[in-house]
Design a protein around this ligand. Sequence first.
Ligand code: GNR
Ligand code: NI
Length: 168
Amino acid sequence: MALLKILEFPDPRLRTVAKPIVKIDDILLKLIDDMLETMYAAPGIGLAATQINVHKRVLVMDVTEEKNSPMSFINPEIEIIDAELGEFSEGCLSVPGFFEIVNRPKSVRVKSLDSNSKEKIQELEGLSAICLQHEVDHLNGKLFVDYISPLKRGLIRKKLQKAQKQRT
Ligand code: GNR
Ligand code: NI
């Protein structure tokens, strides 16, 4: 297994729209393993391939306390089943150190492929519904800071750019 480097806002590569997976092979399964390892090490509750500069439609998640329920979604498609919005203070491994309230539909249905190329449909609510929507946003080149005011977003950009410069 391997730890992968996570891109940070405002890296323009985070704006790439990921392409559908056409073949589920050993290389993809190894990528999913590495993404889970990277997510657990960070630590985070989700990780989209976009964040590790792989522009394919795959994401991993584990929202449990015990960190014993790894989930992966290949070519996920979301359908909103409860349009009622819930608010939640979101963070992101690609926007380290910042948290902002985001409103999202409370429950979603997700259709995706499992590692055996079989289609699965799941209904998610609570933190898993929030996290899944956050991850699918990544696959579409979108970040949670896109939902907040341009003023706040600009401030976060400035602070992160400064921190990134000091690291190089
Ligand atoms: O670890 C994470 N925590 C989190 C908290 C609230 C809403 C979304 C998330 S996802 C984030 C990991 C991450 O950046 N995934 O893309
Ligand atoms: Ni994120």
